[in-house]
Design a binder for this molecule. Structure first.
Ligand SMILES: C[S@@+](CC[C@H](N)C(=O)[O-])C[C@H]1O[C@@H](n2cnc3c(N)ncnc32)[C@H](O)[C@@H]1O
Length: 260
């Protein structure tokens, strides 16, 4: 199949109605290439044929949505960033507020928000903070709730957490119920759905990287508005907020911003 620009524009419009994702907010070239590769892989002769297939087949919709929204994640991903969250950000926040509200947006299968849950359990044993993980991809959220992970997702996690909070099941690792119980998961489309407010810490890591600069700027403002004053916003290693001061955010270290 040869890509035709006009057909691709029509495909994007119809896709929004079919799976609810507005690809205009995602970086164009990257998305276009990935979609083209997928259509070849599934043997679709045209965009039109494939959209009809999506409309008729919910499982194909799920598979396609999973493919589009890349799900890679890891516990304690980017060690230096999580060390800072563990040693500075969370101790400071639990001193200031007894119960924290933490949101991990684009949480995928859950490793990041569960990492925060384990750190908080060490800092404030037994305290039930409000921990929320959201993602567009419902398949990833189902896996997050199951809390069963392969070895490679735990590579960066300090041994003390693995020993205390996981049990081995064959070649997989099951997170203990104590930690699973601490986190709620919910479907949320960052580009369409309203944002809750009053968070002390928000993580949105390795998600911005897929969005256009305009979408990034809009989301940065929305995230900032969702934080309490003095709350923290953490992005991914390869992500830099453009003009954070426009959203009342100050960069306090690598990947970490604080609301004025
Ligand atoms: C590469 S993963 C990042 C996972 C995790 N934050 C991390 O850094 O380890 C990107 C996640 O963003 C989610 N995502 C992409 N577009 C989204 C949207 N519009 N709304 C909510 N989540 C979205 C994907 O489903 C995927 O789970």
């Amino acid at each position: 199949m040869e890509p035709v620009a006009a057909d691709y524009e029509a495909f994007k419009r119809r896709l929004k109605g079919t799976i609810g994702l507005d690809l205009n907010y995602y970086k164009h070239q990257q998305m276009h290439r990935r979609i083209h590769q997928w259509l070849q892989r599934v043997g679709a002769a045209s965009y039109d044929e494939y959209i009809k297939r999506l409309q008729a087949d919910p499982e194909e919709r799920q598979r396609f949505a999973e493919y589009l929204t890349i799900n890679t994640s890891q516990f304690y991903r980017d060690v230096s960033v999580f060390k800072e969250i563990e040693e500075k950000v969370l101790p400071e926040l639990v001193q200031r507020y007894r119960r924290l509200r933490v949101w991990c947006a684009g949480c995928s299968t859950g490793p990041e928000i569960y990492t925060v849950a384990m750190i908080l359990e060490e800092l404030t044993p037994g305290v039930r903070h409000s921990l929320l993980g959201t993602d567009f991809d419902t398949g990833a959220l189902t896996q997050a709730e199951e809390g069963l992970y392969s070895d490679n997702l735990l590579n960066s996690l300090p041994a003390k957490y693995r020993e205390k909070y996981f049990t081995q099941e064959g070649r997989m690792w099951r997170l203990t119920e104590t930690i699973r119980d601490r986190v709620r998961f919910r479907r949320h489309n960052l580009l369409e759905d309203p944002f809750d407010t009053g968070f002390h810490l928000i993580l949105c890591r390795n998600v911005f990287i897929y969005f256009t600069p305009e979408a990034q700027a809009r989301l940065t403002k929305q995230f900032s508005d969702s934080l309490v004053s003095g709350g923290y916003f953490v992005v991914g290693n390869a992500e830099n907020l453009l003009e954070p001061e426009m959203a009342d955010l100050k960069r306090v270290s690598y990947c970490i911003y604080q609301r004025a």
